[in-house]
Design a protein around this ligand. Structure first.
Ligand code: PHE
Length: 343
């Protein structure tokens, strides 16, 4: 019997070590140690032995069981570690983008455009100011000479913020409120541009986005006239687009300027010949402008008897569209790296 047990132990330990997965190990374990195992059969045979023999065989039997149990538990740890490794390997997420070698990022198209615009205006003697994107009704409308209920408010599809009294807080619909903030905080002479993000409740399409960008210009000084406005816009377009691009003014209306105008620039695509982009007119509408209304100067704490000023504002996303021949405004904001990488 002792000999049988020795065989059993050796074969058992070997069989356990040879298992290749946890299922197989479980099967082997019950074969070797379970109710129907040879070991169990031998144990029930102990009773038929002489007492001395029984003691030795009993001890040997227990030893054999212990050895096999130890082998099973060692093999189990090994197989479990292997399984865990395999699982980790299978579940690993590759968070790196597949790119052909290292590549430097760059500023977004909108940021690049604003940097260039600011550079151009700074070169002309302007400074740069910014204001908040969430504004009060006063700065966005009231101070800019839109009385409550004035129909011109309807020109702006305003997005109101649920804060304070109804319609008292809003997402600025233009950069003109920054004019007011600048006037409040500075004495003339003022030569400032205010770039920034503005918001209108528009459905996105190829030429509209509910979030877009503008740059505002404000000049307040002694003896400023409409000719200074026209000259500044012309000088700016030449500096930004080149000497072949000119501006023209068309009469218009804004509550905060009087007189007011829309300003157009020579179509950048056809240079005035007439093409699809400019609707065959040779001109492209860029923004609004005018002489700062005396009420607005007063609201900003400036005496309109001493000072006059002009202001202008235009959308900057459109400029990038023209400059790079992009056909859909939405492409600029969908953050598709394949699109953005081109600029
Ligand atoms: N704020 C006006 C708009 O967004 C543009 C403008 C700016 C007009 C300054 C006149 C003077 O429509």
């Amino acid at each position: 019997m002792i000999e049988q047990l020795e065989h059993l132990e050796r074969d058992g330990v070997e069989a356990v070590a040879a298992t290749t997965d946890l299922d197989e190990l479980r099967a082997r374990e019950s074969e070797l140690l379970g109710k129907k195992s040879q070991l169990t059969t031998l144990k029930s045979g102990l009773g038929r032995l002489e007492p001395d023999e029984r003691r030795d065989a009993g001890a040997r039997l227990n030893e054999c069981r212990r050895q096999i149990e130890a082998a099973v538990s060692a093999r189990r740890s090994e197989l479990e570690a292997e399984a865990r490794l395999e699982r980790l390997e299978a579940e690993r997420l590759d968070l790196t983008e597949v790119i052909d070698g290292p590549r430097l990022g760059h500023l977004h198209l909108v940021t690049q455009a604003h940097d260039q615009l600011e550079d151009t205006f700074v070169g002309m003697g302007f400074t740069v100011a910014e204001g908040p994107e969430i504004e009060t009704e006063w700065y966005n409308f009231g101070a800019l000479n839109f009385p409550p209920g004035h129909p011109a408010r309807a020109m702006y599809d305003t997005l109101y913020v649920d804060y304070g009294d109804p319609e008292s807080t809003l997402l600025r619909t233009h950069t003109s409120p920054v004019q007011m903030r600048v006037m409040e905080q500075n004495e003339p002479p003022i030569y400032v541009v205010c770039p920034g993000r503005v918001f209108r409740s528009d459905t996105p399409d190829a030429s509209h986005m509910p979030v877009f960008h503008q740059i505002e210009g404000l000049v307040v000084d002694r003896g400023i006239t409409m000719a200074d406005l026209a000259g500044t816009l012309d000088e700016f377009t030449a500096a930004y687009f080149g000497r072949d691009i000119h501006t023209r003014l068309r009469p218009s209306y804004f509550p905060f300027t009087e007189p007011s105008a829309e300003f157009d620039i020579t179509c950048v695509i056809c240079e005035g010949e007439g093409c699809r982009t400019c609707g065959r007119t040779g001109w492209i509408e860029l923004g609004g402008c005018g002489m700062v209304h005396p009420n607005v100067l007063r609201n900003g704490g400036i005496d309109p008897e001493i000072y006059t000023g002009f202001a202008f504002g235009f959308g900057t996303d459109r400029l990038s569209l023209m400059r790079y021949g992009i056909s859909d405004l939405r492409d600029m904001f969908s953050n598709d790296i394949r699109f953005l990488r081109q600029f």
